[in-house]
Design a protein around this ligand. Structure first.
Ligand SMILES: [Cu+2]
Length: 172
C-alpha cells in the first residue's frame, strides 16, 4: 500500500516536471497574465523574444507600458509591421493596450517583448524572472519559461513563422 502511494506520487511529480510547455499564469487585479514564455536563443544572439497573453476581466482598459528583466541590457515592447513589403519590427512607445473585457496576445510574428543585449544565452528548459508594469494595475512579477527553439504555441499555428527566433546563429 505504501509502495503504491509512493509510486503514484512519483509518477505525478514526473508529469508535473515534464512541462516546459506547461501553462502557468498570474493575476493582477482584473488582469490575467497567461504563460509568459521565451524561446531558446542561438549562441551569441543579441536579442530574444518574450510572449504572453493578457486578459482583462475588468470594465476599464489598461495598458502594458513596460517590461523589465535582468537577462538583458534593456527590454522593449515591439510590433511586427510590413513596411514596403518587408516585415520589420519597431518599438511600441505607447505600450500595448488591453481593452476592457478583451485579450491581447504577444506572440511570434506579432507584438512581443524584446530582450535586447542578452547577458547569456536563453537555454530551453530554463526560466527567468521579469516584471510587467501596467498603467493602472501596477506591477507583477512573472517567470518566462524558455522553450525549445522551434517552439510554437498550438493556437499560434497560423501565425507568421518569422521572428527573432528564426535568426541564423551568428558566426557559423
Ligand atoms: Cu522585436
Amino acid at each position: 500500500m505504501k509502495t503504491l502511494r509512493t509510486l503514484a506520487l512519483a509518477s505525478g511529480l514526473a508529469l508535473l516536471t515534464t512541462g516546459a510547455a506547461l501553462a502557468h499564469g498570474y493575476k493582477l487585479g482584473a488582469l490575467e497574465i497567461g504563460h509568459p514564455w521565451s524561446r531558446a536563443t542561438p549562441k551569441s544572439a543579441p536579442v530574444g523574444g518574450g510572449y504572453l497573453t493578457i486578459t482583462n476581466t475588468g470594465t476599464t482598459a489598461d495598458r502594458l507600458v513596460a517590461v523589465s528583466a535582468d537577462v538583458s541590457q534593456k527590454v522593449e515592447l515591439h510590433e511586427m509591421a510590413v513596411v514596403d513589403g518587408v516585415m520589420k519590427m519597431r518599438a511600441l512607445d505607447d505600450g500595448v493596450v488591453v481593452p476592457a473585457g478583451g485579450k491581447v496576445e504577444l506572440k511570434p510574428g506579432g507584438h512581443h517583448v524584446m530582450f535586447i543585449g542578452l547577458k547569456a544565452q536563453f537555454a530551453a528548459g530554463t526560466s527567468f524572472k521579469g516584471t510587467l508594469t501596467f498603467e493602472k494595475a501596477g506591477k507583477v512579477d512573472v517567470e518566462f519559461q524558455v522553450e525549445d527553439m522551434a517552439a510554437k504555441m498550438p493556437e499560434h499555428s497560423g501565425a507568421m513563422p518569422m521572428d527573432h527566433g528564426a535568426m541564423k546563429p551568428m558566426g557559423q
